[in-house]
Design a protein around this ligand. Sequence first.
Ligand code: NAD
Length: 493
Amino acid sequence: MLPEPAPVPDPAAPAAAYPAPRLYVDGAWIASTAATVRLTDPATGEPLGELPLASDEQVLAAAAAAQRAQAEWAASTPLARFQVISRATALLRERAEAIARVMTLEQGKPLSESRREVLLSADIIEFLAEEGKRAYGRLVPPRTPGVVAQIVSPVPVGPAALFTPWNFPLNLPARKVGAALAAGCTAVLKPSEETPGSAIALAGAFHDAGLPPGVLNLVCGAPARISELLISAPQIRKVSFTGSVPVGKSLGVLCAQRVKRYTAELGGHAPVLVLPQVDVQGVAALSVAAKYRNAGQICTSPTRFFVHESVADGFIDAFAAGAAAQRLGHGLEPGTTMGPLSNARRLAEVGALVRDAVERGARLVCGGAPRPGPGHFYAPTLLADVPASARIMREEPFGPVAIVNRWTRLDDAIGLANGLPYGLAAYLFTQDLGLAHRVAARLEAGMVGVNQFGISQPETPFGGVKESGLGSESGSEGLAAYFDTKLVTIGAG
Ligand code: NAD
């Protein structure tokens, strides 16, 4: 049975809370351009505003502005950069409530999730700026008499082009912009054209904090055109992308052709191994909360649950009860635990994957249909005993759908977990911590959560293996992605 529709808020109020979107180039705001795209609230379909789209000339002007600002920003000290960046993070925290509302209106997630995202984004940026003060080089002892010093230093790569998607409209820009600016790189950010508002608020915080013109620029437009222009632009020396595997590969080709440094955070299809003798109710409760957060539109969302046969039925029952307790509604409505999907593409694709699985023999335990009425709502869904032939066993649903399959031999379960080209996150629940270490070592994933789903922190690296990506963000690794290594050797003279 589908959860009851929650009341939809007055559409006039959301539009009033959504500031007119603007682009930001060379320290100046651009409020109107020749072409625009309409922004809508995914929970109601109501318009929020018109996003100006940059012309080719404006995109290239942003790259040129980043280049002009690069030398001075790189020459400033890490402490000076920290000071301006921490003024911006203070403004983000001050403005958290307003930015969270913008995020919920344009993306759909519950307001409580948006608030956490804004505050976490401030923490991420601040951590990276702190870490910038600790980006040490080293002195290598010379092997030749008469060489006085061999100095190895991290130096900023140069202007960066940063591409971010719609599922975490502030967190993903924060990881990239925070690292680039802390390392002494200038940047051109292209947020998603569907959820630009909180990235614009990020640029606003930096502007009001006194960031010099050109250090951060923000443009929107046709994604393929902007990425081609920016990656081809001689001024851009570093590219970072978060999004789907196919787009990530195509940007990787463009970077390879021009020998530009590239970081890619792509998709995942996270397995969860549930071993015997766990607290089934407790594991199911954690799993439900992790699965339906952001309506499942998270690259690390737990999706393929491989549960030992001795606990599988209890796990399915407890998970289904948790799914039924989700309250769907507008993210601004108090009590909403799951908002709509962010766009019509996801609603169509999630529906198609679920239908395909059921046609091939999967058991639909709960959900499995869109909610009637306005907005891109899809019921929290659980599929059990899904055959390997179902598309959803290979293709990331990126929506509120969990799969529970049973196993008897741990080796088989590990084989299933590792059986896809993805390798972003994997999870494991067991009371045997010795076994947990051994299984974690065999899981082909950039991040493994044992007995918990919390794998993304400002201080720890976030990244995947196999087709899930190249390199890491956050942690000291996230900063290192914006440095080249330079050697200076000094003779006696
Ligand atoms: P998509 O591949 O069209 O777009 C993904 C993101 O990349 C969007 O933000 C889009 O604006 C941007 N993009 C698309 N083409 C681009 C280009 N040539 N240059 C630069 N940016 C470009 O898919 P979608 O419909 O938006 O999302 C579908 C799939 O994308 C999901 O199923 C999921 O697998 C993946 N995705 C992953 C993440 C992540 O966090 N890794 C985030 C969002 C989407």
